[in-house]
Structure formats: structure tokens, C-alpha cells
Design a protein around this ligand. Structure first.
Ligand code: AMP
Ligand code: MG
Length: 400
């Protein structure tokens, strides 16, 4: 194996984002019903079809009043429930009973909460002062007609879906998902439905990758396993380069049968790097061939998962049309002491407590330990310059 370049993880990630952003073309658009649009990427800007809110609206159940009239006792001149189109006019000394979401009557400038008044017959006693604007969402305060309320490139979560529904979009314009080809390599690999012999293992990487690709907004296409010979690997890479992005697992270390880079070189590949200073996952290849980007991910299951989460995810997100990428890294507090050998950024399996307050490193045997990964819900991110952490210290955590 010939070393092209080794980067710190931040630099490797920046390079990937720069390269993919510069080269990508926005995918074609399609329309999907609103209820199937979650996690898709919006393909067109969306504008407000009217002012939001379209009238001054009460945000509480209570009484519409003139702030200048209180404290004081007011005559209850009528009521406006939500959904009432009646146009009432409030006169000095009057109050109009109003419900959350109802149109504020003309002449009223504030709302007092029903909990803060005393009603006796047709009179309401307000003992507090009020300020104009209290408990009123004023016309156009959230958006004006024609304003851009969602931009193309945003990943649709529940709040964005609510926005689409509000402005009357029932078929959401979204980008087509980019096809991401996945090739596992190795003579020892059999498929999950097969019974492996003692020297064989089941192909877990193709499936963890397919799951991660889906989560990142791509359409995975799992190709057959490439056996550890030049021709078999070349034939599958040929197919894989037909997709928008190619992911390979295994075959990128320094072993005699690690052929992935050599085979890619035959496709006149441009290699940006083939090592990053992280663990698990040091031998990681990123390059381009036939104007398609590819990642050669190290074959150990945890390495494959980490390298996707930290690096390939960003490429899939960009190719899916997202205008920005995410690496959800937060800080938590270590529940136990923790040590590691400095020099590499380590992404180690860990469990973050339900409330996010503490993080505990998972006991594991190393990057082949899928069971430990499956018991974890996050990666603890160990600083390459800090070999020792004490219980109670803050440490970065990559959520998954
Ligand atoms: P390699 O990078 O090809 O040397 O593989 C490193 C380790 O990961 C070896 O122990 C492989 O058996 C294991 N491995 C490679 N590919 C897969 C796969 N698709 N699923 C599960 N384990 C794998
Ligand atoms: Mg191998």
C-alpha cells in the first residue's frame, strides 16, 4: 500500500466536504405526499401563501381588552371563539371573551388570561395592569405573505412538515435520493442467511452501511461481495461506479490481499487521502474515479461504522441535496475515569444516559466487537492530545 496522505479527522472531513460540495450537482426533484416526506430533502424554496398569522390572534383563553382600561371592571360585550369569522368591535370600558386562536376584535390591544380575572354576571374584574400586545400574536409577526419560510436543501423534520402543511403544500418537492453502491470485500465473508464455517464470518458491514446510508438520506444498493482478487474486485467496482457514490469495506489495510486501492488505481482514481489519524479506522481511503467519489472503509465492523459516521455521512448528505452537513457532537460528563494512548482521535463505543448528563465508555475487545457497538448508543470522542480523563470531567460525544 502506498500512502497518499494522512490527515487529522477535522482536516479529512473538511476536505471531503469541500470536494463533494464543489463537484455535486443537485439531484432531480420528485413529489411525495406530506406524510412520506419526513427525512427527505426539500427541492424548492417554499413561500408563505398569506400573512402568518393572517389576523391579530389571541394566544390565550381570556378577555380581549384595552390595556388602558385596566385595572378595572369591564362590561362583557360578547365572545369570539376560535373559528369565528365575526368582526366584533370593542368599545372603551368593554371586554370581549376570547379563546386561544381566535381573531382579536377591533379596538382591543391586549388579552388578559381567564385565570387572572373574576367574572360576575356580565362584568369582568381585572385587578392587574396589562400592556398593549399582551397575549396577542400580531398579524404577520411569524411571516409575511411571500416570505421564504423553508429553503431548498433543508432536511424535512416534523417542524418543517408542519410548515409545509400550514402553507398548503400537500405534495412536497424533494430531491431524488442518490444511489450509494456498497461493496464488501473478503474471501472470508458469507451472507447473513448462510451458516459460516469456522474460518468465515457473516457480512455485517454491507448491512450496517446500508442502514447508515438510509439514515443519511441515500438509497443503498448492496452489490455482491468482492472476493480478494483483482478481477472480481475490478468487476464490482466497475458496477459500483455507476452509482452516485461508492462505498467499499475491507481490503484497504497493509495486508497482502488488501487490493482495493490497487484496483481503484486501475480506474485512474484520484486519491485524496488513504489514512486518517483516528481510531478505529486509520486506513481510510477517499478518492474519485470516473467523476464519482468513493470511500474505501476499513473492514473491521466498528471501523466501518465510525468512518461512515464521521466521513461518508457528510458526502451522502451533500449528494442528497442537503445544503449543510451534520456531525452531532455534544459534550457530556464522564461517569468513570478514562485513559487512551494519545496521538489519535478515538471514537469509542459508549453509552450516554437517557438525560444526556453522563457518558460511560463501553467495555469492548476492539474494533471487531459488534456486540459492544450494539450495546452502545454513542461514540465517546477522545482528544488526541489528552491521554487521561477523570470521572466528572467533560468529554465530547458523537451521537448516533
Ligand atoms: P480487512 O480490512 O479486509 O483486512 O478486514 C478487517 C477485518 O474486518 C477482518 O477481520 C475482516 O474479517 C472483517 N471484515 C471485513 N469485511 C467485513 C464485513 N463485510 N462484515 C464483517 N466483518 C468484515
Ligand atoms: Mg479483507
Amino acid at each position: 500500500m502506498t500512502f497518499v496522505a494522512a490527515y487529522r479527522f477535522e482536516d479529512a472531513r473538511r476536505l471531503i466536504i469541500e470536494q463533494v460540495s464543489a463537484a455535486r450537482e443537485r439531484p432531480e426533484a420528485e413529489f411525495v405526499p406530506l406524510d412520506l416526506a419526513v427525512d427527505r430533502v426539500l427541492a424548492a424554496d417554499v413561500h408563505a401563501d398569506r400573512d402568518y398569522p393572517p389576523t391579530d390572534r389571541s394566544v390565550r383563553d381570556g378577555f380581549a381588552i384595552r390595556a388602558a382600561d385596566v385595572p378595572g371592571e369591564l362590561f362583557i360585550a360578547g365572545e369570539v371563539p376560535a373559528g369565528s369569522g365575526a368582526t366584533l368591535e370593542l368599545l372603551p370600558g368593554q371586554a370581549i371573551e376570547i379563546m386561544t386562536g381566535a381573531v382579536v376584535p377591533g379596538g382591543a390591544d391586549s388579552v388578559v388570561m381567564v385565570e387572572h380575572v373574576t367574572v360576575t354576571g356580565d362584568r369582568v374584574l381585572v385587578e392587574r395592569t396589562a400592556q398593549p400586545g399582551d397575549f396577542i400574536n400580531s398579524l404577520g409577526s411569524e411571516a409575511l405573505k411571500g416570505d421564504t419560510v423553508l429553503r431548498a436543501g433543508v432536511r424535512l423534520g416534523f417542524a418543517q412538515i408542519a410548515m409545509l402543511a400550514s402553507v398548503g403544500v400537500v405534495e412536497a418537492p424533494v430531491f431524488r435520493k442518490p444511489v450509494v453502491a456498497i461493496i464488501a470485500t473478503g474471501d472470508e465473508i458469507v451472507e447473513p442467511h448462510e451458516t459460516p464455517l469456522p474460518h468465515q464470518i457473516r457480512n455485517s458491514n454491507a448491512h450496517s452501511l446500508a442502514a447508515q446510508v438510509r439514515q443519511a438520506g441515500g438509497q443503498p444498493e448492496i452489490l455482491p461481495v468482492a472476493r480478494d482478487n483483482f478481477e472480481a474486485t475490478a468487476a464490482l467496482i466497475e458496477r459500483g461506479l455507476g452509482a452516485s457514490l461508492l462505498l467499499l469495506s475491507g481490503g484497504v489495510s497493509a495486508g497482502k490481499y488488501d487490493l482495493v486501492e490497487q484496483v481503484l488505481a486501475r480506474f485512474d482514481a484520484e486519491f485524496f487521502f488513504d489514512r486518517v489519524l483516528i481510531q478505529p479506522g486509520q486506513p481510510l481511503v477517499f478518492g474519485r474515479a470516473r467523476s464519482k467519489f468513493f470511500f474505501g472503509l476499513p473492514g473491521n465492523p466498528a471501523s466501518t461504522m465510525v468512518c461512515f459516521a464521521v466521513f461518508a455521512r457528510a458526502a451522502v448528505e451533500l449528494l442528497s441535496g442537503q445544503d449543510s452537513v451534520s456531525l452531532p457532537m455534544l459534550e457530556s460528563v464522564l461517569a468513570t475515569d478514562f485513559k487512551h494512548r494519545p496521538g489519535l482521535t478515538r471514537f469509542l463505543p459508549a453509552r450516554v444516559s437517557e438525560d444526556g448528563a453522563t457518558v460511560t465508555p463501553t467495555q469492548w475487545t476492539g474494533s471487531a466487537d459488534i456486540a459492544a457497538m450494539a450495546r452502545s448508543n454513542a461514540f465517546l470522542v477522545a482528544d488526541p492530545e489528552k491521554p487521561e480523563y477523570k470521572a466528572g470531567e467533560r468529554i465530547r460525544v458523537l451521537m448516533r
